[in-house]
Design a protein around this ligand. Structure first.
Ligand SMILES: [Zn+2]
Length: 434
């Protein structure tokens, strides 16, 4: 063997060794959480001190701590209350629309959205949201953020990502309709499609880009000048094309819908969730129940823009912001009482990232019990995402996604805004000790 051959061989085997070490499965961290109390979100009961054993990113044992020795690998959370990681099913992690006039997406290069997403993803995880469904984002930035988090490159929740919201020409997702003409017609920042064939093609294209969800605009919106929030946009057939294409890949469709006509169209088309539903009526409730469509009611989003944001909505036909919010809250509570499943979603992006847990108190104010409000962000949210077997409660075999707070969230849900401990996939992301 010539000298350089031998050297090449040595280099090759060194590389193989390093690659072998790097790609060898990292021994999964085994830990035992000692929780002061555990909230059983399924039953709404608080359990006393509990040991939760975590291995390979999963919960492998949940037992009462009473009379048991502390294992050597114990993570003692003192008197903190542990519950499953929260799930926000309506976020825009790469958006900062809540900053109002300072947010001008046209001036941003596409990669900026990914960077913004990385910053916000950490804020969401810090706040206890271990999973999000990201509904509508320009440039597939949410897909890129999802993958960076999944690789472990950056901190953030598990992300179920959609592409840009598919919208008709002149609809809620057509930027050119309300922000001036686009700089570049080839930009994938938005997804304008008309007619069954175009919607079908756009849906297929988005699936090719690796999205987990399809989002369509079934009605106009509040933030887009030139559209009427209550007015239907897509036809049943157009949305059904999206539902059919998504179903071929085991994916689902979320429909942005405020008014009753658009909700009825979206439900008839077979969507899995209605986003916002701010002007739903009794017929919407009946249809959503009949077809088991989940309502993602962003009370925090509405409260932020209508009450806290104190914007002038008069040009959009809203003369009394507070009354508009109260009417929405009342409709959401009515839908919940009638048996419509509620999944927690805050419109993060349109609201400040990291403040989503403030929605729990708004839900309780609307007449929803604390246990049901928490269920919307755990059990029901996981079911909506199709991961009811993996997430949404603390149980053997599920993901070790846990948060801990001080106090009793059943007595005061606002304690959920101060998360002290966050574990995702068995790894401690944050632990604020006294
Ligand atoms: Zn939204």
């Amino acid at each position: 063997m010539r000298d350089w051959d031998r050297r090449a061989n040595r280099i090759a085997s060194a590389v193989a060794l390093v690659v072998g070490i790097l790609s060898a499965p990292v021994p999964a961290q085994t830990r035992t959480i000692l929780a002061g109390r555990v909230l059983d979100v399924e039953t709404g009961a608080l359990r006393p001190a509990t040991l939760i054993r975590v291995e390979g990113g999963l919960v492998v044992d949940v037992v009462s701590a009473e009379g048991r020795d502390r294992p050597a690998d114990v993570v003692d959370l003192g008197d903190l209350t542990v519950l499953p990681g929260l799930i926000d099913t309506h976020t825009h992690v790469c958006d900062e629309t809540h900053t109002g006039d300072r947010w001008d997406p046209w001036t941003l290069p596409a990669p900026a959205f990914g960077i913004i997403g990385v910053v916000n993803a950490r804020k969401l995880l810090d706040a206890g949201f271990t999973t999000i469904r990201n509904v509508s984002e320009p440039f597939y930035a949410g897909v890129a953020v999802r993958d960076a988090i999944a690789r472990g490159d950056v901190a953030g929740p598990r992300v179920y990502a959609s592409g840009p919201m598919i919208s008709m020409t002149g609809g809620h997702g057509d930027w050119g309709n309300w922000m001036g003409p686009p700089h570049d017609d080839s930009t994938p920042a938005e997804a304008v499609a008309d007619g069954v064939d175009e919607v079908r093609r756009e849906t297929r294209d988005q699936l090719r880009h690796g999205v987990d969800w399809i989002k369509v605009a079934a009605t106009g919106g509040f933030a887009s000048a030139g559209t009427q929030p209550g007015a239907a946009s897509y036809t049943v057939d157009e949305m059904r094309a999206a539902v059919e294409e998504a179903a071929k890949r085991g994916r689902f469709v979320a429909a942005h819908a405020h008014g009753a006509a658009g909700i009825a169209n979206a439900v008839a088309a077979g969507v899995r969730s209605i986003e916002h539903g701010s002007r739903l009526d009794d017929e919407s409730i009946r249809l959503m129940r009949q077809h088991d469509v989940v309502l993602v009611a962003d009370l925090f989003g509405a409260h932020y823009s209508l009450v806290e944001g104190n914007e002038d909505w008069s040009e959009k036909g809203i003369t009394d912001n507070a009354a508009e919010y109260e009417a929405y809250a009342e409709r959401v509570a009515r839908a919940h009482r009638a048996g419509v499943r509620l999944a927690f979603g805050t419109d993060a992006g349109a609201t400040p990232h990291g403040r989503g847990a403030e929605q729990f108190a708004l839900m309780v104010d609307a007449g929803i019990s604390p246990a049901d409000a928490i269920r919307s962000a755990t059990v029901v949210a996981a079911e909506l995402l199709g991961v009811g077997e993996q997430a949404g409660s603390i149980a053997v075999g599920k993901w070790a996604d846990l948060i801990a707070i001080r106090g009793d969230p059943l007595e005061d849900v606002s304690v959920l805004t101060e998360v002290r401990f966050v574990m995702k996939g068995g790894e401690i992301h944050r632990w604020e000790r006294d």
